[in-house]
Ligand binder design. Structure first.
Ligand code: AHG
Ligand code: MN
Ligand code: MN
Length: 334
């Protein structure tokens, strides 16, 4: 089999479709390199003294794991000097991170969840990194948070790395979804799946069932119908999976279909759901839509939401489009 490297893929994609100019290619390659470094740290585990909790909390009030901080540092350092970015933003940093004055600035802005699925780090279960790329607004001088407040439809690229039995990079630049596997001996990313398509129908769902008593009526109805199986209105049995790493759950769905949900509930209405719009929901929505799936907040397309703050949360329903349509319909009807 002829191997196609990430670099070769990016160059050829630019030649054919003109979607990956040199600066964006550099950006993607630098992020991919950073993910390789994170993968190496993840793989060392206790031997690299990277497991366990740091003594700090992030802006979301979550206790940070050592790997949350290490991964954030790796992504910041890797992306500062290349001249392709104007600013970055991260789950692990309260404010945006403009490129320091000692480096040239570029026209892109990068957002990331450096380490997704933190609760799985110490138990050796798949975790990941999620990223989203926006363009800096025309004429932007000193970047501010307001410059990042762009709907998901404005993303020029999005992707994730999943650190599982294999390390993989899944990428879209708006022309389908492709997957690269890290060749650990060679240290290179090799194209292993082209143009991934999510099956439109599915019999598999993912939700944290422990929150059931807090759900709103449309989610109660939808899940109870799935659980009723072939004795209920759906007339068929559904299976359930919940990895508690969005990256790993989405990766399963890309490969064999499924629906992933993290709904808002009746607890704290100022925090609708758990997932963050800018660096979790939007990039995953872009990838899922590019693979023929759908992503809504229950009422509208996630990528159409106009953001109002960097760390805002959003309910998420994504995956196989027929199931996303059913649960979205339950929210919007009547
Ligand atoms: P993070 O580790 O970046 O904070 O994200 C964890 C998220 C997401 O990856 C996962 O789907 C969800 O939290 C799991 O939530 P529960 O703990 O409620 O299962
Ligand atoms: Mn996350
Ligand atoms: Mn995270």
């Amino acid at each position: 089999m002829k191997r196609v490297s990430l670099t070769q893929y990016l160059v050829e994609e630019q030649r054919q479709h003109n979607t990956i100019p040199a600066e964006l290619r550099l950006l993607i390659e630098v992020v991919a390199r950073a993910c390789k470094t994170i993968s190496h740290s993840v793989g060392k585990g206790a031997l690299g003294e990277v497991l366990g909790t740091a003594e700090t909390e992030n802006i979301q009030g979550e206790v940070q794991k050592k790997l949350d901080i290490i991964s954030n540092e790796i992504l910041l350092e890797a992306n500062e000097w290349g001249g392709h970015l104007a600013a970055m933003a991260s789950e692990e940093m309260e404010s945006i991170h403009p490129i320091p004055n000692r480096y040239p600035k570029g026209e892109y802005m990068l957002l990331f969840d450096p380490l997704d699925g933190s609760s799985n780090i110490d138990v050796n279960v798949s975790i990941g990194t999620i990223f989203s790329v926006l363009k800096a607004p025309e004429g932007m001088a000193q970047p501010t948070e307001a410059d990042f407040m762009q709907a998901g439809t404005r993303q020029v690229a999005a992707g994730y790395a999943v650190y599982g039995p294999q390390t993989m990079l899944v990428l879209t630049t708006g022309n389908g979804v492709n997957c690269f596997t890290l060749d650990r001996e060679m240290g290179s990313w090799v194209l292993t799946q082209r143009d991934i398509q999510i099956p439109a129908t599915t019999k598999e769902f993912a939700i944290n069932m422990s929150n059931q008593r807090h759900w709103h009526a449309p989610v109660q109805r939808y899940i109870s119908e799935l659980l009723a199986g072939d004795t209920g209105p759906r007339g068929t049995n559904f299976n359930m999976r919940w990895i508690a790493s969005m990256v790993a759950d989405v990766h399963r769905i890309l490969n064999r279909g499924g629906i992933f949900m993290y709904p808002a509930d009746t607890r704290d209405t100022s925090m609708p759901g758990k997932l963050r719009l800018m660096y979790e929901a939007n990039p995953m929505a872009f990838i899922v839509e590019q693979a023929g799936g759908a992503a809504t907040d229950g009422k509208q397309r996630i990528m159409d939401i106009q953001p109002h703050k960097l760390h805002q949360r959003v309910p998420v329903f994504l995956g196989s489009r027929d199931e996303v349509a059913v649960v979205t319909g339950y929210h919007t009807e009547g």
